[in-house]
Design a binder for this molecule. Sequence first.
Ligand SMILES: *Cc1c(COP(=O)(O)O)cnc(C)c1O
Length: 340
Amino acid sequence: MEKKNIDWGSLGFGYMPTDKRYVSNYKNGAWDEGALVDDPMITMSECAGVLQYSQSVFEGLKAYTTEDGHIVTFRPDLNGARMEDSARRLEMPVFPKERFVEAVRQVVKANAAWVPPYGSGATLYLRPFMFGSNPVIGVKPADEYQFRIFTTPVGPYFKGGAKPIVIKVSDFDRAAPNGTGHIKAGLNYAMSLHAIVTAHNEGFAENLYPDAATRTKVEETGGANIIFIKGNKLVTSNSSSILPSITRRSLEYVAEHYLGMEVEERDIYLTELGEFEECGLCGTAAVISPVGKINDHGKEIAFSSGMEEMGPKIRKLYDTLTGIQMGRVEAPEGWIQVIE
Ligand SMILES: *Cc1c(COP(=O)(O)O)cnc(C)c1O
């Protein structure tokens, strides 16, 4: 298969339509068999449920080329299971996780020419999503839905290495205690836009959202979970209103089983941040972005790892997980789905 003629090294994180996308429609209480299609455009009613009441959920994962030349994806079964949970919370029909994994396989295979080569730093980003498509004017769940996965090649998240960032403790809330913070709903992102634009205008890279009820505990940022290092310990929040990041859960496994670290999931108070040595944001896009400083209403918490590079423990976690993903380090059973 001949690769597309793309300067992989200079790709940004943007949308570029590829040859095929996977589409399945839900109507009269059932999903159709699904198909790969050419058309990147969607035509639907102006009154579609997604347009009126934001009934939509999504996922994000990547396909890439390993050191030995295979095209693979990373733990797509967990994305499929999480999308089931997201759908249930928004009263949408579940697209079964087994079918999700198979759809991922089909759409990556059909776009194999768009999967960046090993070593380029680029990957093929997959965006599975689902939305209510029939007219809904009285507030209720839609009766018809579309599940779709498109792919787009994206550049290395960090051009020229991951520099630590500065984030701020936000005055806005991302998620309510019994709300939708734990699912991947588009509406969570709509709510975060004003907060992120505000943070950027103030010179910060991201928002750290405290828990909405007491504003004393660390939750997460708009699109990434937060990890902390203290001695030989990896500490993360166990809040029920954060999104269960697959990267974070994988890093916890790596910390415990590959690096001999202790893992602690617990309440993390803003008042104890100064006791941590390293901090990072984790998610599919960047794996880990190191955090150098957290600004809590003018009070600066500076981690001893500094503003020049990743701290040593986070660097180890990053190297091991990306090593597993790229086939340089042996993966735990079931983590790597080989497409071809
Ligand atoms: C997608 C997402 C993450 C990261 O999850 P991964 O599965 O690691 O990509 C973290 N927080 C939020 C709010 C998200 O939407």
